[in-house]
Design a protein around this ligand. Structure first.
Ligand SMILES: N[C@@H](CCC(=O)N[C@@H](CS)C(=O)NCC(=O)O)C(=O)O
Length: 219
């Protein structure tokens, strides 16, 4: 199978999603690392017109939007499917994936994670007002995900699905922040995060590993 090339900034949750999918499926891939602050250049906009990361290339096929990428990687590769066949389980997977894109991304990732974790790495000032404003929606996200996870090991059931790969990419950062530690205190999502942290795919793609930073206690 031709190598899948993921273009993006190492450490980004959205870049981590296709890396996780490639790792889980055991397909050849390469991260074409981009520098921070280069997402609005004409060259980048030619591949991702919204000026976001990641985008990927596979055997001459170019694609952006991380959900589309991980669904594609799951379909074109062998190995255990990351998409449950049963309609209800698949609907749960899709539900969680949309919750991540619509509600987790603006609150947990852009509001809290970006300010508390990413900005300090690049010497940028934390916007405390943005962090505080993200809190209420972040709490709703955590409660909703807890509700969907319920007593299952993974969001769509007994097997890891694309929903877990998407969720771990974003929630992994949240627990490393003071706000996240508070919101997630006692949450069943912590046991799910621990379960995910045991997977080689997750261990290989931590933000700290991708950015060559010293590892913290969190995965
Ligand atoms: N819907 C997009 C979202 C991607 C996204 O927002 N990525 C963030 C990084 S995690 C980004 O590109 N930020 C840089 C910027 O906004 O300039 C996708 O699924 O690929």
């Amino acid at each position: 199978m031709p190598t899948i090339v993921i273009h993006g900034i190492p450490g980004s949750p959205y870049v981590r999603m296709p890396l996780l999918a490639c790792e889980e499926k055991g397909v050849p891939y390469r991260l074409a690392a981009m520098e921070f602050g280069k997402t609005k250049t004409p060259e980048h906009l030619a591949r991702q017109p919204f000026g976001r990361i990641p985008y990927m290339e596979h055997d001459g096929f170019w694609l952006y939007e991380a959900q589309a990428m991980i669904r594609y990687i799951d379909q074109v590769s062998d190995g255990p499917s990351l998409t449950p066949a049963a309609p209800k389980a698949q609907a749960r997977m899709n539900q969680v994936m949309n919750i991540i894109d619509w509600y987790v991304m603006p609150s947990i990732s852009m509001g809290i994670g970006f300010n508390r974790i990413v900005k300090p790495i690049f010497g940028m000032p934390v916007d405390e007002a943005v962090v505080a404003a993200a809190g209420p929606l972040a709490e709703v996200c955590v409660a909703a995900l807890e509700d969907i996870l319920a007593d299952k090991p993974y969001f769509a059931g007994d097997q890891v699905s694309l929903a877990d790969l998407m969720a771990v990419s974003h929630l992994d950062l949240l627990v490393q922040t003071p706000e996240g530690a508070k919101i997630m205190a006692g949450s069943p999502l912590l046991a799910w995060l621990d379960r995910m942290a045991e997977r080689p795919s997750v261990q290989k793609t931590t933000m700290h590993k991708m950015m060559n930073l010293p590892e913290t206690a969190a995965a």
